[in-house]
Design a protein around this ligand. Structure first.
Ligand SMILES: [Zn+2]
Length: 337
């Protein structure tokens, strides 16, 4: 979008987690708040530099916080540090940073009111103001306070709402936005960007398909959490094979303790590993497909408020029976042939 053509507006940017909407937004914000004329940010002026450091007085941000956060606005300093370090920040990483891994975040009424008040003020430096709601799916019914402002933003005011779950954004808000879908990063750009974060070209190419071009996911796959997932996945497969119910129970307990969001992330990792065929060389293709099916069901169940420990244990037992039946069938085949 050419900044000269814009006077105000409300945009809903949809992306898959870690796909780069935040990075894209920062470029747009710099272009809008740049002090020089021209369609793009000059990258040199005070305005551009302040946006780059997320410190521009006319750039306002609202992010989800855990309900345990006593001062939601103080949390913004942490968010700023996090995003400066990694503009592909994932929601799960963000909540973990606040010591609320696995907890549900939201935007408190006080945050929304502050946001609304800022929209009514005049711009401090130039003639434009830029507002970001990062992960608008966590904006609950309090978001309705903003409806009028979002529908007709004051002259020179721009709202950008980033979401990874457009289906969960309040319909009243969604209907007031122009929707822009983040395109998937082409593989060559993905590799270049991955290298900036210390990921080798070979690894980046191997993970392009499975992360569907998400740098955020790629980064996450490089960290300790992924190693932990890998280890537990191995334990789970062994327990299923040997019929170790105690181990299954322990794993169910661990998953339960991680909370709903944490458990979802963990199952996501396992699905990724399965789809990529990592650590599953001991699995026969048909067994891997059975595992995949059950994990997908489990993922849906966890998203729907089911009791995590119980669901995991029950599904594991079901899986154990299926795998054993498959083994029997193979044995039988072998004997009769
Ligand atoms: Zn500039």
């Amino acid at each position: 979008m050419h900044k000269a053509q814009l006077t105000s507006g409300t945009y809903l940017i949809t992306e898959r987690p870690g796909q780069g909407a935040l990075r894209w937004f920062l470029e747009r914000a710099a272009a809008l708040l740049c002090e020089r004329e021209g369609p793009q940010a000059c990258g040199m002026c005070g305005g551009c530099r302040k946006v780059k450091n997320l410190l521009h007085p006319d750039l306002h941000v609202m992010v989800p916080v855990p309900s345990s956060a006593k001062d939601p606005t103080a949390v913004l300093a942490t968010w700023r540090e996090a995003v400066l370090d990694n503009p592909y920040l994932l929601y799960s990483e963000w909540m973990a940073m606040l010591g609320a891994a696995g907890k549900q975040g939201n935007m408190a009424a006080a945050q929304v009111r502050t946001f609304q008040e800022k929209a009514a003020l005049h711009a401090f430096e130039g003639h434009r103001k830029v507002f970001l709601i990062w992960l608008a799916e966590y904006l609950g019914k309090e978001g309705n306070i903003l409806l009028k402002t979002l529908e007709e933003p004051p002259e020179g005011t721009f709202f950008f709402l980033i979401t990874q779950r457009p289906d969960r954004v309040l319909p009243t808000i969604r209907s007031r936005c122009l929707v822009y879908r983040m395109p998937t990063l082409p593989i060559e750009d993905f590799v270049t960007e991955a290298k900036r974060y210390g990921v080798s070209e070979q690894t980046a190419r191997a993970f392009y398909g499975i992360t569907r071009g998400s740098i955020g996911l790629l980064r996450q796959l490089q960290n300790d959490e992924w190693e932990d997932s890998r280890h537990r996945f191995e334990q789970w497969q062994n327990a299923l094979k040997s019929g170790d119910r105690m181990m299954l129970w322990t794993l169910a307990d661990q998953l339960h303790a991680e909370g709903r969001e944490g458990a979802k992330t963990r199952i996501d990792h396992w699905l990724l590993m399965l789809q990529q065929g990592l650590d599953t060389r001991q699995l026969r293709p048909y067994d891997a497909m059975t595992l995949l099916g059950i994990l997908e069901t489990l993922q849906e169940e966890i998203a729907q408020n089911i009791h995590i420990r119980h669901a995991f244990f029950t599904r594991s037992l079901q899986l154990m029976e299926k795998l054993s039946a498959l083994r029997q069938a193979r044995l039988h085949q072998f004997v009769t042939v």
